[in-house]
Design a protein around this ligand. Structure first.
Ligand code: NMX
Ligand code: MLT
Length: 434
């Protein structure tokens, strides 16, 4: 058994006892109330989910297993000579709650390598799809196609005990995660680089191998590590994490569950916003003949967008009430590596211009930028200008978090998710509407 799986096996019983005791002894304690506006308002702020893998504070932003982004970037071990940590180490942290040693990471790196071969039928299927299919559709379809490999399904059909569900969920998640960088890079090279896929290099870590298969040189390996870590998890209420959790609660395996989560990530109010930011910026550049706008021109463009009934992509958040620390981490990287980049300058101008306008408009509860306002800039700078691909990279990162979550869901015996719905007439009656 790998060190990582052994570590999990050792941790699970203690967690199970904690949860069993909490539910048994305090199961009736009231945590929250539900209001009618939450029935129609996307259940915003309703406390009804649990995860120990990450927590999103509205003012501070995300903590992964209690660590802020700067703490993770500082404490997690890094490949020799690298600035950004091993993605494999971040995965270890999410799954176990512990900062791994270099030896722990070496074990995960080896595990991924042993599981990374993508079956030919996945490539055949991708090649059979019309080339103008959105890359998120291709990515999600590739994950779904792999479902025939599910270890969970084999074990379930053989009558495995409920107590052991986490084990084949771990196997499926590891098998899937190990393959995602190659699938994503294959889609990129097939679709945008004249069908010229690059074979993986078994000597490279998760992030560097992805950069290699994308065909982009250093520091793109650092960027890849940073991206996958930043996008990994955002507690469990966001659409991709919640969908993955929901589908998995029916004991659909990791392939079905992740594919469903990715379909949610593909929405413009969620992960696709990173593509929308660059599309929106390009519209502006086209209007102005590729020069930087003045502040006044930028303000007008922002107001025109709002007046036409559209949202400003990359701004606002359902939980955050400050600048997203994932935005800040990417801004720090850009200040160091691409301070003179024209699009970075424009994105920095937007950071000055958009929040006061959103405040003046008075609708958005959070006028500050989220992760997606910045993700495209760095990609564009290093030559990934096909912005409809950006959400695929978000998806590779997000898989790390949501798969860690469903392994723990099964370990803790999380139930089938099935909330209760009411009719409008019932709500009117409760509200005393005459
Ligand atoms: N531009 C214009 N209007 C906005 C924005 C924005 N960026 N953000 C919120 N609003 C509006 C929102 O549409 C709503 O309008 P209405 O009352 O007409 O329905 C009103 O402000 C109140 O919304 P909030 O409660 O502030 O936001 P909510 O929690 O409903 O939605 C988002 C959160 C993220 C969906 C929303 O801020 C948004 O649409 N942002 C732009 C898209 C985006 O960047 N999404 C990516 C989020 C991060 N991610 O990766 O998933
Ligand atoms: C995410 O990373 O999932 C987004 O910021 C959306 C969210 O947390 O609701």
């Amino acid at each position: 058994m790998s060190k990582l799986k052994a570590k999990l096996e050792q941790k699970i019983p203690g967690y199970r006892d904690r949860v069993t005791r909490l539910v048994k002894e305090h199961g009736d304690v009231v945590v929250d109330q539900v209001k009618i506006n939450q029935f129609y308002g996307g259940m915003r702020s309703l406390k009804s989910l649990t995860t120990d893998i990450s927590y999103l504070d509205p003012e501070e932003g995300i903590r992964f297993r209690g660590y802020t982004i700067p703490e993770c970037l500082e404490k997690l071990p890094k490949p020799k000579g690298a600035e950004m940590p091993f993605v494999e180490g971040h995965f270890y942290l999410l799954l176990t709650g512990e900062i791994p040693t270099k030896d722990d990471i070496a074990d995960v790196v080896e595990e991924f390598k042993g599981r990374s071969r993508v079956p030919e039928y996945v490539f055949d299927m991708l090649r059979a799809m019309p080339r103008d299919t959105h890359p998120m559709t291709m990515f999600s379809a590739a994950v779904l196609a792999l479902q025939r490999e599910s270890v969970f399904v084999q074990k379930y059909n053989a009558g495995i005990s409920k107590m052991d569900y986490w084990d084949p969920t771990y196997e499926d998640s590891m098998n899937l995660l190990a393959k995602l960088p190659e699938i994503a890079a294959y889609i990129y090279r097939m679709k945008y680089k004249a069908d010229s896929p690059i074979k993986p290099d078994a000597n490279l870590d998760f992030g560097a191998n992805f950069a290699h298969m994308m065909g982009i040189k250093h520091p793109y390996d650092e960027i890849s590590r940073l991206y996958f870590i930043l996008h990994s998890d955002h507690e469990s209420g966001n659409v991709s994490a919640h969908t993955t959790h929901l589908v998995s609660s029916a004991l659909s395996d990791a392939y079905y569950s992740l594919s469903a989560g990715l379909n949610g990530l593909a929405g413009p109010l969620h992960g696709l916003a990173n593509q929308e930011v660059l599309r929106w910026i390009q519209q502006l550049m086209d209007q102005l003949g590729n020069k930087l706008p003045t502040k006044e021109e930028l303000k007008k463009f922002v107001w025109d967008t709002l007046k036409s009934g559209q949202v400003i992509p990359g701004y606002g958040h359902a939980v955050l009430r400050k600048t997203d620390p994932r935005y800040a981490a990417q801004r720090d990287f850009s200040l160091k590596y691409l301070p003179d980049d024209q699009i970075f300058k424009l994105v920095s101008m937007l950071y000055d211009v958009v929040p006061p306008i959103l405040v003046e408009q008075g609708k958005a509860k959070n006028p500050w930028p989220n992760v997606d306002a910045h993700s495209g800039v760095i990609q564009w700078h290093y030559g990934v200008t096909d912005y409809d691909f950006y959400t695929v990279m978000f998806g590779v990162g997000r898989a790390i978090g949501v798969l860690s979550n469903i392994i723990w869901d099964r370990a803790l015996g999380q139930a089938l998710e099935r909330p209760k719905s009411l009719t409008t007439a019932m709500l009117e009656k409760i509200a005393g509407v005459k």
